[in-house]
Design a protein around this ligand. Structure first.
Ligand SMILES: Cc1cc2nc3c(=O)[nH]c(=O)nc-3n(C[C@H](O)[C@H](O)[C@H](O)COP(=O)(O)OP(=O)(O)OC[C@H]3O[C@@H](n4cnc5c(N)ncnc54)[C@H](O)[C@@H]3O)c2cc1C
Length: 330
């Protein structure tokens, strides 16, 4: 696949239906790579749609949050297999922020994780290469990717949960130092094991809003004294034409905040959401948010096309649930 998110164990239908995305200013989220689907409608009948047959259904149904029907087949436009050169490097956030648009434009896939309570961000630059594969050695790779980013990180999170006052000091032990470079098959670089459980909120905003939005979040964290033991992740995608895609019609930046599972997250997420709102942001359909239909309808120019297709595909709301009622209305 041309691009992937952080993990690769979602279902295809679940990932496309929630507008799941990776990072790359010249690439879209997964839904825009879909060129055909077979969907079981509310009355049990089946509709096939593709760029040739019922393209008007395909157009809208690529991000549906499950509200149009059950996707039982999906055709994805793939690309020839490729390798990526990964360069991971910590940078001081204050020197990173003035150059993030340049870095995003200069790399096929650029993202970073800012570690709250520190000045550090871990940057990741992944670029296509025809060089020979140079994967991380097996043991070193397991230690750095699985052990450090999961078991050791999970242990730090558990200590922070028991003694929140220690979080700022523990944050300095997160992998904010040391650089590494390796070459591997694309899907091995895109996705990583994620064994530590967490709550997450992520918003897509016009790309140019990312620095002011992140700066506001950083000041809010300091002002309110939130103690956070998970990094804040920033990614980019190109605009696409999927009506309910979080990147519909605009080049987007994504800011994601996380809280270790079992820790209080509600107040922090609401404060982040208030900031995001002021930047015209759209919440990820598959992550925590508090936005409802009336507000969401103003964020998506083709909202009514989606509602109209829902009336045609599932007039009796066989596929509705508490969440779809909240985000689309009943
Ligand atoms: C550890 C972790 C990392 C993540 N990383 C990223 C990331 O990098 N980028 C990103 O954008 N997101 C990311 N996500 C979010 C994730 O991609 C979405 O939550 C995705 O929906 C999960 O897929 P699922 O198969 O569990 O779907 P579910 O949670 O089962 O379903 C999600 C939605 O899809 C609908 N759906 C599922 N199957 C069908 C079907 N057959 N037909 C119609 N509708 C269907 C459901 O009704 C529901 O509305 C991450 C999530 C986790 C847990």
């Amino acid at each position: 696949m041309a691009n992937l998110g952080d993990i690769a164990y979602q279902t295809v239908a679940g990932a496309i239906s929630t507008s799941t995305h990776g990072t790359g200013t010249r690439l879209t989220g997964l839904a825009a790579q879909v060129v055909g689907m077979r969907i079981v409608k509310g009355d049990g009948s089946i509709v096939e749609c593709s760029t040739e047959v019922h393209p008007e259904i395909l157009d809208v149904a690529r991000v549906s949050v499950g509200a149009l029907g059950a996707i039982t087949e999906c055709t994805i436009q793939v690309v020839p297999a490729f390798a990526l050169r990964a360069r991971e490097e910590p940078m001081k956030l204050d020197s990173l922020l003035p150059q993030i648009h340049e870095l995003a434009a200069a790399n096929d896939h650029f993202e970073f994780f800012w570690i709250p309570h520190t000045k550090w961000a871990l940057t990741k630059r992944n670029n296509r290469t025809t060089d020979a594969l140079q994967p991380l050695p097996k043991v070193k790779g397991w230690i750095e990717k699985t052990f450090m980013e999961n078991y050791a990180f999970g242990a730090l999170c558990r200590v922070g949960k028991l003694r929140p006052a220690l979080i700022p000091r523990l944050a300095t032990a997160l992998p904010s130092s040391g650089s590494r470079e390796y070459v591997d098959k694309s899907f091995k670089i895109f996705s990583s094991p994620r064994l530590v459980k967490f709550y997450e909120m992520e918003h897509a905003m016009p790309a140019e809003a990312v620095v002011p939005a992140l700066t506001d979040i950083r000041s809010m964290i300091e002002r309110k004294g939130y103690l956070l033991n998970f990094p804040v992740e920033v990614r980019f995608t190109d605009a696409d034409d999927v009506p309910l895609s979080t990147s519909y019609g605009r080049k987007s930046a994504y800011i994601a905040v996380h809280v270790f599972k079992g820790m209080e997250h509600e107040a922090f997420f609401r404060d982040v959401e208030d900031i995001m709102r002021s930047y015209d942001s759209r919440p990820h359909w598959g992550k925590i948010h508090h936005r409802e239909a009336e507000e969401l309808s103003r964020l998506y120019p083709r909202w009514n096309d989606f509602l109209q297709l829902r009336d045609e595909m599932d007039p009796n709301r066989v596929f509705s649930n508490e969440y779809t009622k909240k985000v689309f209305g009943s």
